[in-house]
Design a protein around this ligand. Structure first.
Ligand code: HEC
Length: 203
């Protein structure tokens, strides 16, 4: 499902930017009639695309283990740019329309950059790394938090979990609800190491 969401997001971002770019160009060229026609024709697709773009974007941002402030800046930038664009096009205000376009591109650029940072932090995790704590920081902390208490997306509080080691290994392997399976990301030895590490979070 993750890759499906990522692909939907990428596609909607491209379509979204393409529509905005065309509209901005028409506005800048004073082609009012063409702009009105284009806006009318693309009204419904644009609404569907914006909805998918935002929805998949927010879902993906939640899944990324990145600095929270950056995440908030991105969401605010995207949410700000939409009313700016709506007003900009309605009032034929070129500055506003261009500003909103730049804001969206900027927000998306930041999302891309932080995604790259994410894959870098995952690079440190090689097949031979069986340090439970390092594996936990790289793969689990975004939902469970450093101390196991974050409970993001309904994650269970690991500091009070009474689950035994085997059950922990099973849930890490196979996942449950919002927790994705790790059987293809971590090998047996790593899963055991990270499961053992979670037991140390118990108070
Ligand atoms: C996308 C968020 C997410 C990530 C990443 C994640 N988990 Fe979870 N985890 C959850 C959720 C949600 C649950 C609760 C599942 C349920 O019972 O509905 C959970 C439950 C658990 C439980 C069971 C706790 C209990 O008492 O029921 C363990 C153990 C656990 N996770 C360990 C890990 C480990 C170790 C990793 C990293 C390898 C990890 N999780 C990564 C979301 C996540």
């Amino acid at each position: 499902m993750e890759t499906g969401i990522r692909h939907t997001h990428l596609l909607t971002v491209i379509l979204f930017l393409a529509i905005y770019l065309i509209k901005t160009i028409l506005l800048l060229m004073n082609k009012d009639e063409a702009l009105a026609k284009f806006s009318k024709g693309f009204k419904v697709p644009e609404m569907i695309i914006s909805f998918l773009f935002l929805g998949t974007g927010i879902y993906m941002m939640i899944q990324l283990p990145e600095i929270k402030s950056l995440l908030i800046i991105k969401i605010v930038a995207v949410l700000l740019s939409i009313p700016l664009a709506v007003i900009g096009f309605k009032k034929k205000n070129k500055m506003l329309a261009v500003a909103s376009l730049l804001l969206i591109i900027g927000a998306y650029g930041m999302a891309e950059m932080s995604k790259k940072q994410k894959s870098k932090s995952m690079e440190g995790i090689t097949e031979s790394n069986v340090n439970g704590q390092e594996l936990y920081i790289a793969s689990c902390e975004k939902c469970h938090g450093e101390d196991g208490k974050l409970n993001l997306l309904g994650a269970k509080d690991l500091s009070i979990s009474t689950m035994d080691l085997n059950a922990r290994i099973e849930i890490i392997k196979n996942g449950k609800n919002a927790m994705a399976p790790f059987s293809e990301i971590l090998n047996e030895e790593q899963i055991k190491a990270v499961a053992e590490y979670t037991e140390t979070l118990k108070k």
